[in-house]
Write a protein that binds this ligand. Sequence first.
Ligand code: CA2
Length: 145
Amino acid sequence: MSKIVYLLNGPNLNLLGQRQPEIYGAETLADVESVCARLAAELGLDLRCLQSNHEGQLVDWIQAARGTACSIVINPGAYSHTSVALLDALNAFDGPVMEVHISNIHKREAFRHHSYVSQRADAVIAGCGTEGYRFALRRIASLVG
Ligand code: CA2
């Protein structure tokens, strides 16, 4: 079985480490991706890191993961709260889906409390900072390993 895992980050997450460190921490997205790639390798997983500000691009990548990747880790950013298209795309993917939010979306504005993606996600990690991505990878390793 493939050990490829897609790590998808949605809109504005390219700005990590540049603004709002009190909410999202000080690490850049490049920092997060390189730490995750190292952990994934230790866990025997092959990580593909992708970020886009565009909903359709994220849909295309989720479709590309079908038949290629064993699992998806996704922080859909604000599209979590709006996108039926991401939910539909994830529903067409067969492996485990881990939804990660750096902040605790339930402690924030009411409009962040609902995520369409959570209806498909096998696990939802919120409020653990960027460590949440690493928790997701460890969970994948125990599911597919
Ligand atoms: O907590 C999370 O990871 C979120 O998915 C982040 C999204 C937000 O819309 C979700 O409700 C929760 C926003 C990401 C924006 O990231 C920035 C990082 C630094 C500076 C500005 C934005």
